[in-house]
Design a protein around this ligand. Structure first.
Ligand SMILES: [Zn+2]
Length: 494
């Protein structure tokens, strides 16, 4: 019995020892990880607050926008200067468009202050709290100094994970999760990533890859930075030259006396108005996005053309369609071209298992958007995934017999996008289209622009007998007609 007791005491003692060793190991490991963060700071960001690290940069900036094809980018060239230490980040740069027009911008960033003079502006931009916090991350497009300092200052809030090559340090800046990947053998930053939400593309990871490290007198710095946006679909490139230090005497902008951050913008009021055009054609006016949505009622199903910007608007349109015909399913969803004002709400229709009518040009784009995870702001399709159904239109697609709708592919003839579709009702002599016709509400009709000529030529080529054109966007802001007599278009051509 005594022996057994002794054995127990020994076991407890040993277990205690093992526990202490385990705790010590964890402490040592986490210490070595925070020491690694510190040693990374020493290598890449160590400067006194009397000095600024400074360098030149060259940047290739690519932006998605209202272009001819899905994923087509507009390219901008930027050159500039950066000054940075643990307290301040300053940027002065020149942006060139089409190797001609030049615009300047300035940024001064410090604790609680972001002064930003944007390209072509004469006054400082108004800054919300979200924009202010995002700038902390965006400074790392050029240099890790300011952001790395934030990680060191908040080292008690970091989540640390060990991988094969990197230790990964994570923190939330505002609501944005940011990860710092520090190389275990060099103690230099390999990569910084952050996760944001995009209403069209869903959960979006942006990565800054730090490449081709060089050494100045005191610091290591990446001479090349690759910025992968929208999960790598768009890539920007930055090159860094002549890193040096200088006395902290630089001031690019004056802080206004009444300077303060403004509240983040709330979404505007949602306003919807449905109009009945005739027995089977309806228009839903989304006042808050300035879009006219077309709804067509056929014998035993509905068709919806256009859904702007996001899934919420898609859901809103669906609830309006249900008021028009509660029992008929939405069989088809169609968008006139791939810009966000016409396809942004597509996921709501995929969730309702509507067949998406599109062209071969935009099919892959539709697939990407339908598959994109939306975990940050889940929509109906995220909660309940459904398989995407598409039908591609080559030249035309005719729906209905008694009430007939013909959809025509005019593509690049629109002079706007390669995937353009227009909608024609032969019996009604009515043509619906997205954004090709720009006839002023008041005053004389000017000479047709390229899009208008594109529309006119397409109508003539297809031999359509059009009396009235209805346009989807814009309804109010540009002071142009949304219901256009065909003669108006003709006048602008002749
Ligand atoms: Zn457009």
């Amino acid at each position: 019995m005594k022996n057994k007791n002794n054995y127990c005491v020994l076991l407890i003692k040993q277990t205690k020892h093992l526990l202490v060793i385990a705790v010590l190991l964890v402490v040592i490991q986490s210490c070595s990880k925070t020491t690694q963060l510190q040693s990374c700071w020493n290598k890449q960001a160590d400067t006194t607050d009397k000095n600024l690290i400074t360098f030149f940069f060259k940047e290739e900036l690519n932006k998605l926008g209202h272009n001819f094809e899905p994923w087509e980018k507009t390219k901008y060239s930027i050159i500039g200067n950066i000054w940075v230490n643990q307290n301040r980040f300053l940027k002065l740069d020149t942006l060139t468009i089409n190797s001609k027009a030049k615009y300047y911008s300035k940024i001064e960033y410090s604790k609680n202050t972001l002064l930003h003079l944007d390209y072509g502006n004469k006054e400082l931009s108004s800054i919300t709290n979200d924009i202010y916090l995002k700038q902390l991350i965006k400074s790392a497009r050029y240099t890790p100094v300011y952001l790395l300092n934030h990680f060191v200052e908040n080292s008690n809030k970091l989540d640390i994970n060990t991988g094969v090559i990197n230790n990964v340090y994570s923190i939330n800046i505002g609501k944005i999760p940011v990860k710092l990947f520090i190389n275990k053998s060099t103690n230099l930053i390999d990569k910084i990533t952050y996760l944001t939400y995009d209403e069209l593309y869903g959960d979006v990871i942006t990565s800054y890859l730090y490449l081709s490290y060089k050494k100045s007198k005191t610091l290591s710095y990446p001479s090349k930075i690759e910025i992968k946006k929208i999960n790598g679909k768009v890539v920007d490139k930055v090159e860094i030259f002549r890193l040096n230090t200088t006395a902290d005497k630089i001031q690019l902008l004056d802080k206004p006396d009444n300077y303060k951050l403004i509240a983040s913008k709330k979404n505007g009021k949602i306003k919807v108005k449905t109009e009945k055009f005739n027995d089977f054609i309806y228009f839903i006016n989304l006042v808050h996005t300035e879009d006219k949505i077309m709804v067509v009622e056929f014998e035993d199903f509905m068709l919806v053309a256009e859904a702007p910007l996001n899934s919420k608007n898609g859901e809103l349109i669906i609830s309006e369609v249900k008021k028009i015909a509660p029992l008929k399913p939405i069989k088809y969803f169609v968008f006139g071209h791939h810009h966000p004002h016409y396809l942004g709400g597509i996921r709501a229709f995929v969730h309702k298992e509507a067949t998406v009518l599109c062209t071969n040009i935009s099919k892959e784009y539709v697939e990407y958007i339908a598959k994109a995870p939306h975990t940050i702001q889940p929509d109906s399709l995220q909660f309940e995934p459904k398989k995407l159904k598409t039908k591609t239109i080559q030249d035309s697609f005719i729906i209905g017999k008694e009430n007939q709708l013909n959809i025509y592919f005019i593509g690049a003839k629109s002079e706007h996008t390669k995937d353009y579709l227009i909608y024609y009702f032969p019996k009604e002599k009515l043509l619906f289209q997205d954004d090709l016709c720009w006839i002023p509400k008041e005053g004389s009709i000017g000479k047709a622009n390229a899009r208008q000529r594109g529309l006119y030529n397409s109508i003539k080529e297809l031999k359509l007998n059009v009396k009235t054109i209805i346009q989807s966007w814009p309804v109010e802001s540009h002071k142009v007609k949304t219901i256009i007599p065909f003669q108006d278009l003709e006048k602008s051509i002749k």
